[in-house]
Design a protein around this ligand. Structure first.
Ligand code: SF4
Length: 342
């Protein structure tokens, strides 16, 4: 995938094809580091055993067969990385959030979607990908289509629009500071949906990957799955990526070779090689999470409280003795003051 460029990037100047520009592109140390970490030059491209995708699917279906009994006759249980993370965190919070249907779009929620759309446009942009231009195009596109952000973008105040534009463009600028222009032959794919249907379509696993590069050859892995992140690294991000790797392995029959959380504020990637062991562990985590979610929704099990610093931002905190006690015992209030949720 990256081999030709990565090998050539020891020089200072380079002309790259996918994003035309008026002059040769000079890569920054951060961009060269991205190539070194995510590129295929010198990296292992493991060959997975024939049938691994079918085997993983069979393991998922065997583990989830009993879940179907908890579903209503026409119900399809849809599972995302977010839902899995919720159920493996505090189950009481998950139920409280599911009972609260007052979803309100805020600037922090909207900026991620706008920034991702802008990065997607920028990767395929003919000309210099200027962050504010891309953000304006992304906001215009989302405002004109049938999207959950459309209403917000059509009705927000000028101040909200300006703040959204500012924070989204920060993310977009950082992406292009960290990534070199992506050549078409690396097969960059943005905002790629993944769907795996199990148990006769009654359980649906869904993912949406920010960026993938490369592709497999037969059973030889070649794809890199990348999640773009702001803020600080978290072990949860690794679990999200493992879920994406599992979906890809079941869909395509060949797993990715690498998953990476790319931290835009840090300008660096945290990677993990995809192995059979990683995929098996992810099957177990997924089965466990889906079983718990189905049982919680059906009311056949009591939710487990798992207090953590996240109690501070939990909508159930007023009524949750466990969370209030944990925060008081931990002295968290004294430590963080009035900090906002990360
Ligand atoms: S306050 Fe904490 S323990 Fe209570 S439901 Fe919320 S996250 Fe769970």
């Amino acid at each position: 995938m990256f081999a030709p460029l990565a090998a050539a990037c020891t020089g200072d100047r380079r002309t790259l094809g996918a994003m035309p520009s008026a002059s040769p592109v000079e890569l920054t140390p951060a961009q060269r580091r991205t190539l070194d970490v995510l590129g295929a030059a010198g990296a292992a491209r493991p060959v997975f055993p024939e049938g691994i995708g079918a085997r993983l699917r069979a393991e998922l279906e065997a583990g989830l067969a009993e879940v179907v009994d908890d579903l209503a006759p026409d119900e399809v249980l849809a599972i995302s990385k977010h839902k899995l993370a919720q159920v493996h965190a505090c189950e009481a919070r998950l139920l409280a959030e599911e009972a609260d249907d007052a979803f309100e779009v805020t600037i922090p929620i909207a900026r991620g979607t706008v920034a991702h759309k802008a990065v997607e446009l920028g990767i395929h942009w003919r000309g210099e990908p200027l962050p504010l231009v891309l953000v304006d195009e992304a906001m215009a596109s989302l405002a004109a289509t049938d999207h959950w952000l459309t209403d917000f973008l059509q009705t927000c105040t000028e101040a909200e629009r300006a703040e959204l534009r500012s924070t989204a463009s920060d993310r977009v600028a950082k992406f292009f500071e960290c990534f070199p222009p992506l050549e078409a032959r690396w097969r960059p794919v943005t905002e790629s949906n993944q769907i795996v249907e199990l148990c006769g379509g009654r359980v649906r696993l869904r993912g949406k990957v920010d960026l993938t590069l490369g592709s497999p050859r037969g059973m030889q892995a070649g794809k890199v799955v990348i999640d773009l992140k702001t803020g600080a690294p978290s072990p949860l991000h690794r679990d999200d990526l493992r879920f994406y790797a599992l979906l890809d392995a079941v869909r395509l029959g060949t797993p990715p070779r690498l998953v990476a959380s790319f931290y835009l504020d840090l300008a660096e990637a945290r990677t993990e090689e995809v192995t059979e062991g990683v995929l098996e562990a992810t099957v177990a985590r997924t089965v466990d999470g889906v079983r718990r979610l189905a049982a919680l929704r059906a009311g056949t099990t009591a939710p487990v409280h798992r207090p953590s610093p996240a109690c501070r931002w939990c909508l159930a905190i007023e009524a949750c003795e466990v969370g209030r006690r944990w925060l008081a015992d931990d002295g968290w209030d004294d430590l963080v003051g009035d900090a906002d949720e990360p």
